[in-house]
Unconditional design. Structure first.
Lengths: 176, 176
């Protein structure tokens, strides 16, 4: 077994001073680590019905797509504004000093489908919560969420747990 | 077997008049079609050594990532400027009326690695050729390229063949 955390590269002060960015490209480039990461997430959700995996633009796609493939589920995507060509629903969310919007095609999920939410990293939970809102607007039932990395000193993971969503994170950091 | 072309949704006049956009989200959302697409690409390259699959930002990630997983290869990514946190190399390319830049981490590929280039669609070939240039700058050997969709009335696929790169496209359109 690969120590997945050892495959993450930390980039100090990126994209701005004080942020210790977690670069996942070094993990993805390592074939054994990449396979193990996808398989570990899959094993955690293998026992239950998953109709669709929802991946968040754009690094989330890198984990969500192979997981959907492995679980033999459909793959739905959440994107930044203006990227999706069909009719969309949107959800605004706030970051520290700004607000952003995420969009999803309005036929991406059918009512009652069981959904697994996937992103590369959960921090404050803004994008994850907005994605939950989008999924629920379409009538999807969120049965779990999976992340390569959890920044457990930030409140995102707890926010999802407070919504009753089981979470799996493969790598945790308890301080910046 | 699913008729993959029937799973593509055409969006007239998007993102601008005269373009008949090929929306792949309807294929991705169909679990049988998505699995078949990834498996078909994998089968075409299964007989040869592939060290890394290179996926192009952002829809290319949706195909490249499960293919890398299935082929048990590493996954390297090509991104639009400003998205990659480590030291990068860049390649400019021209579109109809503008020029764009693509970036890759300078440690994404090791010299001599055998590389499979993957994107969702090949049209004029601008991004694919720029990606080939990036891969070759790092010393990678491009052993093939795979696309979900080829617009065969545009010159991109032929440009890659002229570079000696074998191409697989699962779905072809011979006119707009």
């Amino acid at each position: 077994m690969v120590d997945l955390k050892s495959k993450i590269r930390e980039i100090p002060d990126w994209p701005k001073p004080g942020i210790n960015f977690k670069d996942i490209t070094t993990l993805l480039q390592d074939k054994a680590a990449f396979k193990q990461a996808v398989d570990s997430l899959a094993q955690n959700f293998a026992g239950q019905q998953i109709d669709k995996v929802v991946g968040i633009d754009a690094r989330g796609f890198l984990i969500a797509a192979p997981l959907a493939y492995q679980l033999q589920a459909g793959l739905a995507i959440v994107r930044k504004p203006g990227k999706l060509p069909f009719t969309t629903i949107e959800q605004e969310y706030t970051l520290e000093y700004a607000s952003n919007i995420l969009e999803m095609h309005d036929d991406a999920i059918a009512a009652g489908e069981k959904i697994l939410l996937i992103d590369d990293l959960i921090a404050t939970g803004g994008t994850a919560e907005a994605t939950c809102d989008l999924i629920e607007k379409l009538g999807g039932q969120i049965v779990g969420a999976g992340f390569l990395i959890e920044l457990s000193f930030l409140p995102g993971a707890q926010k999802l747990r407070d919504r009753g969503i089981p979470i799996i994170s493969l790598i945790k950091y308890d301080h910046e």
